[in-house]
Design a protein around this ligand. Structure first.
Ligand SMILES: Nc1ncnc2c1ncn2[C@@H]1O[C@H](COP(=O)(O)OP(=O)(O)OP(=O)(O)O)[C@@H](O)[C@H]1O
Ligand SMILES: [Mg+2]
Length: 253
């Protein structure tokens, strides 16, 4: 088993001549929390879309868990355990918190929404759904309508529905975006918890969060890898500092 769970080689995405992701070689170590940072428009979300196969690369290869996944479809890579939060999961506002997780579990097992399934059958998933709610600290909200949850709790619910898919590697795109301090702390604890026994790749603008969570960091600017290393190393890199100062500085830098 390779030390790297995810490896890209020459990963490139062009949009009508504009190079959004350029020749990226990304190596994510198995079991690590890896941060992908960089100024707005650096190509981070495009990278995520390439890795989860929502976009087809113009050039380059992606290897996940020893397999070439470059030509796979999103559902195929999700089945292999490479799952993006908010990718397949969605929060249904008119269902309760528990029902949301139950639907996600049922989709994982059955492959479709199956809304027509009887309440009795759905109850089979209750035990596991309650476990997942416990994992993300939402037990007290099980019976609440998902639409009524405060923003930070909604993100926690999205993580629970993602966990229902039993990811081996989770991709989180700005999990703390738009959150209050209190919610940020809660999500940091949650990410640390869900990272146990998994690999996490996360895009995050809040550098305090990155510093506290990430074992390794890749810095992108204008589609290219500018630097890679642990937080202490990349944050001291003059080119990284310049890239951040020369653009919209990250929200909490
Ligand atoms: N579908 C598309 N068509 C054309 N250009 C695109 C498309 N998607 C992204 N881009 C461009 O590619 C560049 C990278 O965008 P991307 O969303 O990946 O950046 P990002 O690093 O996620 O930025 P942010 O921090 O603001 O989320 C931007 O200049 C963007 O305008
Ligand atoms: Mg983005």
């Amino acid at each position: 088993m390779s030390d790297c769970i995810l490896e890209t080689e020459g990963l490139t995405k062009e949009f009508r001549g504009f190079v959004a992701v350029s020749d990226v070689a990304l190596r994510v170590r198995r079991g690590s929390i890896h941060g992908l940072i960089g100024p707005n428009g650096a190509g981070k979300t495009t990278c995520f879309n390439l890795l989860t196969k929502f976009l087809q690369p113009t050039r380059g290869t992606i290897r996940y868990d020893g397999r070439d996944i470059t030509s796979m479809k999103p559902a195929e890579v999700a089945r292999l355990g490479l799952v993006r939060s908010f990718q397949i999961s969605a929060v249904f506002p008119h269902l309760t918190v528990l029902e949301n997780v139950r639907v996600a579990l049922q989709r994982e097992r059955g492959g479709s929404y199956d809304f027509w399934r009887s309440e009795t059958l759905l109850r089979r998933y209750d035990a596991r759904a309650r476990e997942l709610l416990e994992d993300v600290g939402l037990s007290a909200y099980a019976g609440a309508l998902a639409g009524s949850l405060p923003y930070g709790r909604k993100r926690a619910l999205e993580i629970a529905t993602t966990l229902a898919l039993e990811p081996v590697m989770m991709l989180l795109d700005e999990p703390t975006a738009g959150m209050t301090h209190e919610d940020v702390d809660r999500i940091v604890t949650l990410v640390r918890r869900v990272a146990q026994g998994r690999t996490v790749l996360m895009v995050e603008h809040n550098l305090k969060v990155v510093e506290g969570l990430c074992d390794r960091i890749t810095v992108l600017t204008r589609g290219k890898v500018l630097a890679e290393g642990d937080y202490a190393t990349v944050s001291r890199n003059p080119e990284v500092v310049a890239a951040y100062l020369g653009s919209d500085a990250p929200a909490h830098a």
